[in-house]
Design a protein around this ligand. Structure first.
Ligand SMILES: [Zn+2]
Length: 122
């Protein structure tokens, strides 16, 4: 780790500010994103995979962004529900408590509860 002052740090941040642009030059926003995923690599940096449909030229494109440089807010995303945002959310939430696991278990039960299945069990 090297820390050579705040000015260098600031420059680093600006370089890494990732904006996704279509080949036509249109800046992609969250509602145009079809899918995001995470590629974990043991050899190098991990990448975030972003697939989008351009709102201007309607072409579908893909982009890989280094995970360190990826900031979902560049898409203006607040409602977009992706694995990547979940991952960060869970990280912020910390460990899952036993109470949450139990609650999840019952929530699943409610989802899969259908009359036919119950009839077969009794
Ligand atoms: Zn485009």
């Amino acid at each position: 780790m090297s820390c050579e002052g705040s000015s260098r740090d600031r420059g680093y941040r600006e370089i890494n500010r990732t904006v996704i642009r279509c080949s036509c030059g249109h800046r992609i926003v969250s509602k145009e994103v079809i899918q995001t995923g995470l590629y974990l690599s043991v050899l190098g940096p991990s990448f975030v995979y972003v697939r989008y449909r351009c709102g201007r030229c309607k072409r579908v494109g893909e982009k890989l962004v280094q995970e360190d440089a990826w900031d979902p807010s560049v898409l203006g995303a607040s409602r977009v529900h992706t694995e990547e945002s979940d991952r960060h959310r869970f990280r912020d939430m910390g460990e899952i408590t036993p109470e949450e696991v139990i609650e999840f278990h019952y929530a699943l039960g409610r989802l899969s509860a259908d009359p036919e299945e119950e009839a077969n069990q009794h």
